[in-house]
Design a binder for this molecule. Structure first.
Ligand SMILES: NC(=O)c1ccc[n+]([C@@H]2O[C@H](COP(=O)([O-])OP(=O)(O)OC[C@H]3O[C@@H](n4cnc5c(N)ncnc54)[C@H](O)[C@@H]3O)[C@@H](O)[C@H]2O)c1
Length: 272
């Protein structure tokens, strides 16, 4: 498939995990990409690996001026813009530890999460939309998360930011459809990115127990992002597509029911 021939994309958080897989995918399908990341060194290394169809841009999604500069640099370098993939999130250890509950959370943590994960996505739209419209239209894809669909015991700021991204997606889709701009979101469940490979085995075990399919690799999220970013999804807008191996679609008690039925079956065998 060559769905991105002649297209230019910006991928934020593009140096690692899901973003890096999207950058590779867009170029593999004929497009050009700005690998945009806070970590300039990693962005430069990926752009070098991909070749001249990639441009590394160091930026901070918490800073409006930095995002404005990212969009301007990309358009100057490649000549136009058709796709924005808002994907960066501050999931650093310091933020994750401080992102607790409504009573205990440090407001600096809340503000940082909202600035990067939510305000950063809005500002990306603000500066990218005029260029996408000038190119005749295109697509914005936001990375939300299953954490934005349900409550959890920790990470109130992260989950709230991801829920708000879903609303932002519907507003942008509604307000800019007349410019031939679509806006959709992906809501991944657990994805095996470098940061999670060494995650807490206890927590990962619990998630595994409730996820119906094998955990996803970043490339499997990139497939959906590429579909939404390309004209193949021309009639799809304002949607949140959950990619979580069935984690959120089943009866919440299913893992307990499974254990119960296994035990009941074993007891029936014993009593025969
Ligand atoms: N991995 C998962 O299981 C999972 C699940 C649901 C949602 N997500 C979402 O997917 C997206 C990508 O995450 P990932 O798992 O690939 O993580 P990752 O850590 O591999 O990639 C995130 C990238 O964002 C960059 N970044 C962080 N703060 C930034 C800032 N202020 N400005 C610019 N870039 C910044 C990081 O440097 C990093 O390269 C995030 O929005 C995350 O919330 C991930």
């Amino acid at each position: 498939m060559n769905r991105f021939t002649g297209k230019v994309a910006i991928v934020t958080g593009g140096a690692s995990g899901i973003g890096a897989a999207v950058c590779r995918r867009i170029v593999a399908e004929g497009g050009k990409v700005a690998v945009a990341d806070l970590n300039g060194e990693r962005a430069a290394a990926l752009a070098k690996e991909i070749g001249s169809a990639a441009l590394a841009v160091q930026f901070d999604a918490a800073e409006e001026e930095s995002i404005r500069n990212l969009v301007a640099t990309t358009v100057k370098h490649f000549g136009s813009l058709h796709v924005l993939h808002n994907n960066a999130a501050d999931i650093s250890a310091a933020i994750q530890v401080g992102d607790t509950n409504a009573v205990d959370i440090d407001m600096a943590v809340w503000d940082r999460v909202m600035n990067v994960n939510l305000r950063g996505y809005l500002v990306g739209c603000k500066y990218a939309i005029p260029h996408i419209a000038a190119a005749g239209g295109g697509s914005i894809v936001n990375t939300a998360s299953g954490a934005g669909l349900q409550g959890d015991l920790v990470r109130i700021a992260y989950g709230t930011s991801k829920g708000a991204i879903m609303s932002l997606t519907r507003y942008v889709a509604t307000q800019h459809a007349h410019q031939n701009i679509r806006c959709n979101a992906v809501a991944p469940g657990l994805v095996i990115t470098p940061a999670l490979k060494d995650g807490d085995p206890g927590l990962i075990g619990i998630l595994k127990r409730h996820t119906l399919l094998e955990f996803a690799q970043p490339e499997e999220i990139a497939s959906m992002v590429a579909y939404l970013a390309s004209d193949e999804s021309r009639y799809v807008t304002g949607q949140v597509l959950t990619i979580d191996g069935g984690l959120s679609i089943h009866n919440p008690m299913i893992a307990d029911l499974q254990d119960y039925m296994t035990q009941a079956g074993a007891a029936a065998q014993q009593n025969k």
